[in-house]
Design a protein around this ligand. Sequence first.
Ligand SMILES: Cc1cc2nc3c(=O)[nH]c(=O)nc-3n(C[C@H](O)[C@H](O)[C@H](O)COP(=O)(O)OP(=O)(O)OC[C@H]3O[C@@H](n4cnc5c(N)ncnc54)[C@H](O)[C@@H]3O)c2cc1C
Length: 329
Amino acid sequence: MNPFQYSKPDSVQNAVHLAGPASRFIAGGTNLLDLMKENVTRPEHLIDITGLPLREVTETADGGLLIGALVSNADLAWHPLIEQRYPLLSQAILAGASPQLRNMASTGGNLLQRTRCYYFYDANVPCNKREPGSGCPAREGLNRIHAILGASAQCVATHPSDMCVALAALEAVVHVQGRGGARTIAFADFHRLPGETPERDNQLADDELITAIELPAAGFANHSHYLKVRDRASYAFALVSVAAALDMNGPVIRQARLVLGGVAHKPWRDQGVEDWLVGKAPSRETFSAAADALLQDAKPLEHNAFKVKLAHRAIVRALGDAAQGGQTR
Ligand SMILES: Cc1cc2nc3c(=O)[nH]c(=O)nc-3n(C[C@H](O)[C@H](O)[C@H](O)COP(=O)(O)OP(=O)(O)OC[C@H]3O[C@@H](n4cnc5c(N)ncnc54)[C@H](O)[C@@H]3O)c2cc1C
């Protein structure tokens, strides 16, 4: 590990004033410390944010919730208001990592965890995300876990979070604070596709701190399901995951949300497909047609063509489970 300066500010203002291009905020440390030990990230300054007052879950005036950035993944998944109103989010969090990791991992850190691409993690090989312009060995190499949607010539990495797939479906809003003030970012705009600049995962500036995640009132509690397909039954990242949420008007769909994880550089959502589901009655044929549409632009690599069929089946199953009232964890 490389030498670094360490600070522990006691306010959000002080934290953002310390931040810059060579610094990193550290929360649970479950991703950042691994990256530092593997020499993938070499911050000169660690700004420990665990002393900041960002651990509350509060109700908002319009019926939603504001989740502090330091609320642990475990506390969030088991929070009574999340379990009752946003079971999709609770399910997604509990599908990830392990109990010990979820106790340490923070809400803000989960959004900013980095890809699990093998080449990104190996500091001895080129990687455009780690060293811009060095190349992408994954394109022609071991690419079983990589993207089938939204990739670029420079990068085929996927975003590994489960929680973010549910947050995208729930249309969460990210609250951030920088030296220039506070702003909010719609979840759909928060993460980026790789394009020509795969080193940038999201829209945050160097001095910006995530302070909270806001959930709108609509939690789709009666008809939602998070389905994660992975190589092992637990403690493995998603090959494909699906967050499916429906609002039913009697026998037909009034509103639909459908987001894929494990297939792209960000949670993958197509509002055209969701709109197409409106007014339709739930059926295997309808959900299969939605899956066809969501995956129509998939461009698999040599070793991950299986993900297209897997995602198709997962979408049909997740939507079907959501229509029937979801499933218990
Ligand atoms: C073995 C293992 C298995 C895992 N399996 C899964 C899985 O199946 N599914 C899944 O979704 N995740 C999984 N994870 C990832 C885990 O969920 C993340 O490591 C965790 O959520 C990161 O949170 P943290 O607080 O520890 O972040 P840290 O490691 O502290 O930080 C991560 C990044 O976020 C930045 N950061 C943190 N907080 C803020 C903030 N408030 N504002 C701005 N920047 C911030 C840091 O600078 C850093 O760049 C796994 C991790 C491990 C180690």
